[in-house]
Design a protein around this ligand. Structure first.
Ligand code: 9YT
Length: 130
């Protein structure tokens, strides 16, 4: 059994931010934990805009705090994301997240992330195979 606290993750290798500092991801479970998915808490800071395209991954994101606007670039649709809303990128959709207040998001990735991934110039996380 694995039991971890946020306190144990902050300030370690499992806490990851992009160079622009727009978000921080605390990676509670990674591929090395053997669950078949990775599980993170992400804070996206108010006033930021992040372009993402999980070309190699499926991601589900459950918002438990803050508020932002999600734009699906495949359809042009915009969604308000706030406490109690989940979105799932089941079609590898390119998207923007614009945070209006610091957003606290619980995220699961399949396949699981291995650790230090941040978005590349295309908004993509690389697929790291063993
Ligand atoms: C909502 C989102 O995807 N933000 C980027 C960070 C990502 N959730 C991660 O690596 O934990």
């Amino acid at each position: 059994m694995i039991v971890r606290t946020l306190k144990e993750i902050i300030g370690t290798e499992r806490e990851v931010s992009p160079e622009n500092g727009n978000w921080v991801s605390r990676r509670f479970l990674l591929r090395s934990d053997g669950m078949g998915f990775s599980f993170h808490e992400t804070i996206i800071y108010a006033g930021t805009e992040t372009y993402m395209w999980y070309k190699n991954h499926l991601e589900a994101v459950y918002c438990v705090g803050g508020e932002g606007e999600l734009e699906d670039l495949e359809t042009g649709k915009r969604y308000k994301i706030a406490d109690g809303t989940i979105y799932a990128l089941n079609g590898h959709e390119k998207h923007y997240m614009r945070a209006k207040a610091d957003m606290r998001l619980i995220c699961a990735f399949n396949p699981p992330l291995t650790g230090r991934e941040v978005h590349d110039a295309e908004g993509v996380y690389p697929l790291i195979e063993e």
